[in-house]
Write a protein that binds this ligand. Sequence first.
Ligand code: NAD
Length: 266
Amino acid sequence: MSVERHLDGKVALVTGSTSGIGLAIAHGLAKRGASIILTGFGDEQLISKLKEDFTSKYNCRVDYIPADLSKVADINELFTSVIKLYPEGVDVLINNAGYNHVCLVEEYPEEKWDDMVAVMLSAPFHLCKRFIPLMKKKGWGRILITSSVHGMISTAGKAVYSAVKHGVVGLAKGIALEVVDYGITCNTLCPGFVDTPVTQKQIKQFVQDEGISLEQAKVDFVSKRQPTKTFIEPEHIAEYVAFICSPYAAQITGSAMPIEGGWLSK
Ligand code: NAD
């Protein structure tokens, strides 16, 4: 199926794009013509394989800039490196990097709380703060933050994760109002379970707790929560992001979009 290249000439920075949802989003944007800046953890071999994949599939410009988003110094270096490549900044900013640590609040390691907040709430703030003035000059921009279904509800053991994911929903709503006169939109994504390393860790725990096979655990784990009974594919999210970055989505701003197989309808 051919797709419209509505992002020709645009630049997208996608955090957490060395794996899972972020990588799929980067592919979706490159397919529409965007130049891509990848960032996230990964060894040299993985990064060169990822870059090669983008170049051969889309013939697009792709750069990789390493950064540990729990550190403001790294975020500053990331910003400086992007500006060296693209002095006018980026057109699309996808704040997606993250992970989960499932644990009751009373036992939650305090340094984990700090890290979760730093990576998933503070980093989007720092990146938005730095890139928005440049987007305003361009008079166009698309900002997305990956929240979660846990940006709307919570689960025992995920209080910290949901606190952070609720936080970015509020952040995006406020930003949406601040940039509304500049052709910029800001939205959050609220996925249910996607089969990525973040979920695989939880499923392994489920296998142990229930004493069942990995195959059975995958079915039970998802069916318990998502009425569709199947995992959400990273591409389902990526295609929605591609739409949000199209001219047809100019009026969608401040939204928190559930992509959760009906979980929230129960
Ligand atoms: P993933 O493990 O496949 O990808 C996570 C990405 O974030 C990787 O590129 C990793 O290198 C990067 N990252 C993690 N910590 C980082 C740090 N300190 N600095 C820089 N980069 C860092 O997992 P995923 O499922 O694709 O997760 C992406 C986002 O989606 C996360 O914010 C996660 O909370 C959210 N999410 C995931 C699910 C799910 O079911 N998988 C559901 C809802 C929301």
